[in-house]
Design a protein around this ligand. Sequence first.
Ligand SMILES: [Ca+2]
Ligand SMILES: [Ca+2]
Length: 80
Amino acid sequence: MKKFALALSALLLAGAYHPAQAQEERRKPPSFEEMDANGDGLLTKDELKGRLLDELDLLDSDGDGALSESELPEPPKRRS
Ligand SMILES: [Ca+2]
Ligand SMILES: [Ca+2]
């Protein structure tokens, strides 16, 4: 019982020290569905952020000014 409480407080301390949200963001890039705010299956300029927005012209192979899921580069996959 004492051990459990100790483990629990260690967990809480670890959680306070490393904000879970920041870690989650670094580990998991947003999925296509998450970025597609209006759900039309295309990522337009106002839905893109950061590197993808910068590279929109490069990635937009059919030139419609938006990225479809097939135009989106594969996110780096890491298996544990
Ligand atoms: Ca959209
Ligand atoms: Ca396109």
